[in-house]
Design a protein around this ligand. Structure first.
Ligand SMILES: CC(C)(COP(=O)(O)OP(=O)(O)OC[C@H]1O[C@@H](n2cnc3c(N)ncnc32)[C@H](O)[C@@H]1OP(=O)(O)O)[C@@H](O)C(=O)NCCC(=O)NCCS
Length: 149
């Protein structure tokens, strides 16, 4: 098994992270690599203790990313939940077990932070990703809804 190092992202990683977000059929139309707004967004994330933008590193190269957010709340007796967003493994390395390591890392982080649950949404068209998450224990128990501005 190829073992990756998972660490918080640094500002120098932003370009590579954006490249991974864009290197995907859905991301390609949504992302604009080179746009200065990514650096502003990173600064905001980095200053927020409830956000972890994580990267996976293999032999000094970035090979994956995800964003983990801790959401405090009143429901479930004041439980904090974790949210996973923007999961990507570099396209030439998909299917090799890196995504599993990345998401299992996020699950462990959420447990260690005392979260009551971890949740995510994944585009309805991503059948492979649905299978991937189900194998990691996630259940499609809810219907995700979005209103995009
Ligand atoms: C989904 C993703 C993060 C999984 O990471 P990974 O390293 O490829 O996954 P693993 O090797 O640990 O697990 C393989 C499983 O991932 C799933 N998978 C999803 N998209 C895949 C892809 N493009 N290529 C290969 N496997 C993919 C499959 O279920 C696969 O299992 P299978 O071999 O039985 O089909 C990664 O494939 C990816 O970045 N895909 C494109 C973007 C995406 O769908 N992101 C999730 C948005 S919520």
């Amino acid at each position: 098994m190829t073992v990756i190092i998972i660490r918080p992202a640094r500002s120098a990683d932003v370009e590579d992270i954006v490249a991974m977000l864009a290197d995907d059929p859905l991301g390609a139309s949504r992302e604009r690599p080179g746009d200065p707004r990514y650096a502003e967004a990173f600064a905001e994330l980095d200053a927020d203790p409830r956000q972890v933008l994580a990267v996976a590193e293999l032999d000094g190269e970035l090979v994956g990313t995800l964003q983990l957010t801790f959401i405090p709340g009143l429901s479930r007796v004041g439980a904090t939940r974790a949210l996973i967003e923007a999961v990507r493994v570099r396209s030439d390395l998909r299917g090799g077990g890196l995504g599993k390591q990345l998401v299992e890392w996020a699950i462990d982080e959420a447990k260690q932070a005392g979260c009551a649950l971890i949740q995510l949404t994944t585009d309805a068209s991503r059948a492979k990703a649905h299978r991937f998450y189900e194998r990691l224990g996630f259940q499609a128990s809810h219907v995700g809804m979005k209103l995009v501005f």
